[in-house]
Design a binder for this molecule. Structure first.
Ligand SMILES: [Zn+2]
Length: 289
């Protein structure tokens, strides 16, 4: 297995770094998909519902105020049960990506069940006129069968794996099919490990000032290396009032430190998939970002 960094032309507008702000709008799906015991836990489900019902609006307002387009990974269950979420995200000019239907962990499903989950998600997003270009696996785990299905279903990228901190071409488990573009995230650049507490899963409830420092340090590294960087958030976490303020400080901190290009994952994937960029990868010429 060889991970080949993706090649890019210069970022648009002379930007030094491409920043993808991404949001997983899990809603109740994450807990309902975890098992039937959660179906009668009304507090847990209401904590999840805060995301689509309240947190998302805050995030969309912030992005509109700062004129930033982002990527929202929406489980089909969320799209079906909170259709206004899809309307609001699309009205803001944002990208919608695939995030399963009931947010089922791929490693617990065989290939047939994974296909059903993928197709149900496509159908649910399709009811809103969306054919997602990208996929992020629920819970950030996937299997060789998932990668094969993503190439078969002609997704242009995935955002679940972590073998590089630059976009790269993933070939693991694809068995001769075309490589799949990976736009990697990382747990340290995700709000959930810091702020995603529940009584059943535990958590940290970390100091947002510490996370703000970590995220801006990663931005500075990406800026110096002229690479792309992905931040992953959940409206039920980062949509809390005090964390919206943290996110605002992170974004304004980025704007104060350099020239970021706030891009959707689809925009970054489109650059990597340009014929000249593909021809240059793998190869010695050019720089990998
Ligand atoms: Zn999720």
């Amino acid at each position: 297995m060889v991970d080949v960094p993706a090649m890019f032309p210069a970022w648009p507008g002379g930007a030094e770094v491409a920043v993808a702000l991404t949001f997983d709008v899990d809603g109740e799906a994450a807990w309902l998909g975890e098992g039937p015991q959660n179906g009668r836990r009304l507090t847990l489900l209401s904590q999840a519902r805060f995301g689509p019902a309240r947190g998302l609006g805050r995030i969309l307002d912030l992005l509109a105020e700062l004129d930033i387009r982002a990527t929202f990974y929406v489980p089909g269950h969320t799209a079906d049960h909170h259709p206004d979420v899809m309307t609001a995200i699309l009205a803001g000019g944002h990208e919608v990506g695939h995030h399963g239907y009931l947010h089922l962990s791929t490693d617990g499903l065989d290939a047939g069940a994974q296909r059903a989950e993928l197709e149900a998600g496509l159908t649910a997003l399709g009811r809103h006129g969306v054919r997602p270009a990208g996929y992020r696996s629920p819970g950030w785990e996937l299997t060789p069968e998932t990668l094969a299905l993503l190439t078969e279903l002609e997704f242009s990228y995935d955002s679940s794996l972590m073998a590089d901190d630059r976009p790269y071409w993933e070939t693991t488990g694809i068995n001769g099919a075309r490589p799949l573009l990976e736009l990697p995230g990382h747990w340290s650049l995700c709000d959930w490990p810091y702020f995603g507490w529940t009584p059943y899963h535990g958590g940290l409830l970390a100091d947002p000032a510490a996370v703000e420092r970590i995220w801006l340090e990663e931005f500075e590294s990406a800026r110096q290396e002229h690479r792309a960087v992905t931040y992953t958030m959940h409206p039920e976490a980062v949509g809390r009032g005090y964390l919206e303020r943290m996110l605002r400080r992170v974004i304004t901190g980025m704007l104060g430190r350099g020239r970021p290009w706030f891009a959707t994952h689809a925009q970054i994937a489109a650059l990597a998939n340009e014929p000249a960029a593909r021809a240059a990868s793998p190869g010695p010429a050019g720089s990998s970002r």
